[in-house]
Design a protein around this ligand. Structure first.
Ligand code: ZN
Length: 290
């Protein structure tokens, strides 16, 4: 069990930031977004209680409280699951789309806080952060059902997308298992430009982000979007140390396993990142001059 996780040797904040500069030649100076307070993030995190049905209802309620009204908030029935995906739509001015997702279901061991209420409960707070101003992209925030049963909710969602919807999807940002450590990216299973944009924003905010590959831990919802050739990125917090602590899918998956400083920092980073992607996600890659 000692080498399940291979930490990427490359430094995200050097090579990847260069990549973003050559890609967009832009800065994040004009970035407008409004992150919620740490208090709000933690209030949502502690609402993990209950079975999957209760958690689905809690997520929907939190979206509503965050301002996602009846017109934009929906439950998508999912074939093969007793529970729906929860979807909050933030319309933009173009037909381009950014999808932000996290699964809300849990396994029976532990409290399912790390895996993955830590990701799901951030969705309404990310919605709040970007909704303060008109965006070009339409944002689709999705709480997926039954990831633990084989990515059932994300599989259904990705498969029911039409060809046009797939073409319009510039990015899928997946959050799974946050708060055990500073922000990590599953670099080997993430789009290089999306990873570069994250490293760029992290540098602007002066918060850490590194690449930790988790092929041997399992899979996650983003892979369903990759299968449809949609650029995707998975954010997590697993390291060799946190993996060795045997927290996932055990009785140790409790609120006390979350490092709240790291968790809020991950939120702040993602709030800026999700807003930033509106400016850059549609820009085609410039060919490498070398
Ligand atoms: Zn998970």
């Amino acid at each position: 069990m000692s080498n399940l996780i291979a930490r990427s040797k490359f430094c995200l904040t050097a090579a990847m930031v260069l990549l973003v500069h050559s890609w967009i030649g832009a800065t994040a100076e004009n970035l407008r977004y409004s992150p919620v307070s740490r208090d709000v993030v933690e209030t949502r995190l502690v609402k993990y209680a209950g079975n999957n049905k209760q958690r689905e209802a809690t997520l929907k309620q939190m979206f509503a409280e965050a301002g996602c009204d009846d017109q934009h908030l929906s439950e998508q029935p999912v074939k093969g699951s007793k529970l729906p995906n929860v979807i909050c739509l933030l319309p933009g001015s173009s037909d381009k789309v950014i999808i932000v997702g996290a699964h809300f279901d849990r396994v029976s061991e532990g409290d399912g806080v790390v895996d993955n209420w830590s990701g799901a409960s951030l969705l309404p707070s990310l919605y709040e952060a970007v909704k303060i101003e008109p965006r070009k992209h339409t944002y689709i925030f999705i709480g997926f059902t039954d990831e633990e049963q084989g990515e059932v909710g994300s599989h259904f969602y990705a498969r029911q997308m039409t060809r046009d919807q797939v073409a319009a999807a510039d990015a899928m940002i997946n959050m799974d298992t946050l708060g055990l450590a500073p922000t990590e990216v599953w670099a080997s299973h993430s789009d290089k430009r999306l990873t570069g944009a994250l490293a760029y924003i992290a540098k602007q905010l002066n918060v850490p982000v590194t690449g930790v590959n988790v092929e041997q831990v399992g899979s996650t919802d983003a892979e369903q979007f990759s299968d449809r050739k949609i650029p995707r990125i998975t954010i997590h917090s697993l390291t060799q140390e946190t993996w060795n602590a045997h927290i996932l899918h055990t009785s140790k998956d409790k609120l006390s396993a979350i490092r709240l400083d790291d968790y809020y920092q991950t939120y702040r980073l993602l709030a800026a990142y999700v807003a930033f992607l509106d400016q850059v996600a549609s820009i085609p890659a410039t060919p490498n001059p070398h």
